[in-house]
Write a protein that binds this ligand. Structure first.
Ligand code: ADP
Ligand code: MG
Length: 250
């Protein structure tokens, strides 16, 4: 191709935001000439590469905005270590039908048993499937809701959170929540009820949630909505963090 044509094509590709094609079209043209590839074959190859690049970028962006504290996958979760956990049911969640059906998932158990790991892993799967996801600790979520009271943006904040396909609330129960916080949390849970999925991790079984929220009525109302369409997993094994510190089994 003449230099003039190359420059013209470069400017067209830039204008069309076909950045991957722009980066590789010359090299691919040389390869195509060598292998006597057809014009259509060459064009198809470029377009395939462009799609791969754009998909990759859009998934990376989804993962970035989801704000996972670290990366975890279901593939590196050792289900053998948590033998009490129904691995089949957890793995089944990765088909993400629970998100389409606006169902919730709750992982309950003591520290270190992999609750956050599983929540992140499912969140990452959801990002790959292009769902809008946010991971946030219960503490930060309630702090943000509180902050919205100051400039009266609570309704806006709750609306923004309701636009997510999947909201992951991590570590409910480590900190007590006062009446105002419990109320705000209830508003959020009610708004997402049957509208969008929540994955929640907690160290507290339901019968102790009144201790988190300091009030039986509000905690019952929160549980009622969260648990209605919900997959609940109680993980009661040992902490994975202590794995190498445990005495060997005999
Ligand atoms: P929790 O949220 O229940 O307190 P985490 O999910 O933070 O526990 O797990 C603690 C650490 O142990 C993390 O690094 C996690 O990846 C790892 N972990 C926990 N359980 C498993 C498991 N069954 N297989 C592999 N890694 C695990
Ligand atoms: Mg955790």
């Amino acid at each position: 191709m003449s230099t003039d044509q190359t420059v013209r094509l470069q400017s067209i590709l830039k204008e069309l935001h076909l950045n991957q094609t722009l980066a590789i079209f010359e090299e691919e043209a040389q390869k195509a000439a060598k292998t006597k590839m057809s014009y259509i074959g060459y064009l198809a190859k470029l377009m395939e590469e462009e799609i791969l690049y754009k998909t990759d970028r859009s998934i990376n962006r989804k993962i970035q905005v989801a704000k996972f504290p670290r990366m975890k996958t279901l593939e590196d979760f050792d289900f053998g270590f948590q033998s009490g956990l129904n691995s089949k049911e957890v793995i089944e969640l990765s088909n993400l039908r629970f998100i389409d059906q606006k169902e919730n998932v709750i992982f309950v158990g003591p520290p270190g048993v992999g609750k956050s790991h599983l929540a992140i892993a499912l969140g990452v799967k959801a990002c790959i499937a292009r769902y809008r996801v946010l991971f946030i600790s219960a503490k930060d979520l309630i702090r943000d809701l509180y902050a919205s009271l100051v400039d009266q943006s609570t309704a806006e904040k709750i609306e923004a959170l309701s636009r997510l396909h999947l909201l992951i609330i991590d570590e409910l129960g480590y900190m007590p929540v006062d009446t105002e916080g419990a109320n705000l949390f209830f508003q959020l849970i009610s708004r997402r009820y049957e509208c969008g999925s929540i994955i929640l991790t907690t160290n507290m079984p339901f019968d102790q949630w009144d201790k988190i929220f300091g009030d039986q009525v509000i905690s019952a109302a929160i549980i009622d909505r969260l648990a209605h369409h919900c997959h609940i997993f109680s993980i009661n094994g040992c902490s994975y963090r202590m794995k190498d510190k445990l005495p060997p089994e005999n």
